[in-house]
Design a protein around this ligand. Sequence first.
Ligand code: ATP
Ligand code: MG
Length: 336
Amino acid sequence: SDPVLEIRNLDVNYGLGDEAVHAVRDVSLTLHRGEVLGLAGESGSGKSTLAYGMLRLLPPPGVITGGQVLYHPRDGEPLDLMTLSTANLRRFRWSEISIVFQGAMNSLNPVHTIAAQLCDVIAAHEPRTSRAAQRARAKDLLKLVGINADRLNSYPHQLSGGMRQRVMIAMALALEPRVVVMDEPTTALDVVMQRQILAQLVELRERIGFSVLFITHDLSLLVEFSDRIAIMYGGRIVESAPAQDLYRESLHPYSDGLLHSFPALRGPRRELTGIPGSPPDLRAMPSGCAFHPRCPKAFEPCADRSPVLAAPPGTSSATDNRTVACWLHAVERVNT
Ligand code: ATP
Ligand code: MG
């Protein structure tokens, strides 16, 4: 394995003291070189908090209360993004790790052309590049994301939502980063659009070679396009597995529920059942496994003790690359 980004035991709170909401809980997750890693979970499960937390981009009152995020540069020792100086961190973003925010397409400046905004990103990091060279790069970038160069002088309002989102991807790729984080809004972009964008990213990944962390509610998209999938519930990762393995046999009942919440785009049709109940209140988490009140398979240990995220019995985390936090698949249970 060739890790690019390693999140270790990350904890994020909103607010302080008794009022704090513990939104990301002891999350460890590794993004490998050239990999598309999908992160799924219902609204409020902590996906965006994890993505922004690991890049120290949390809006107040978000605070990181523990953990490390190791970035492995092309050469040299890994760096902990949590302790990097703000100046170094700023240099890092866009050039090494870039992020396309949830709703990013609305953050384009309405009074500047697409070309001007792409050139600005390039100029901010490469001030010695001539304006003509910047424009040429901007044109190439647009072409890369499937937008005709004659759109270069368009203003954001002249483009469709999908095009604007692709302009944001072009911006994120402008400095050839090694990691692209994409947090997809569910409301602003429909699934068809999300699908096109993800397909485009995967294709570009094959041509340019970067790693992608793609965040969405829609597990069927991830099954189709990602290499590996991690599922979040109540601020924790509850299962991670290679995409095809998860699709074939999800181990956590929550993953199962998510898989049955969206129509499959390919492969056999699944019956849509959804998940009864609603996500947990982070201020008053259920005891034991946070999913147990909604779980169709809950049994006696589930309400009492929290299962740890580990390789299920009969698999090895080294070769099978699967982990699950569920009493149905806990080694301890098999032994007793
Ligand atoms: P979505 O799919 O809707 O984008 P998400 O998985 O990205 O959801 P987050 O936005 O990370 O979820 O939110 C995780 C939890 O943190 C939620 O319970 C949310 O209410 C809480 N939260 C998010 N932002 C803040 C904030 N600024 N102040 C307090 N709580 C917050
Ligand atoms: Mg979010």
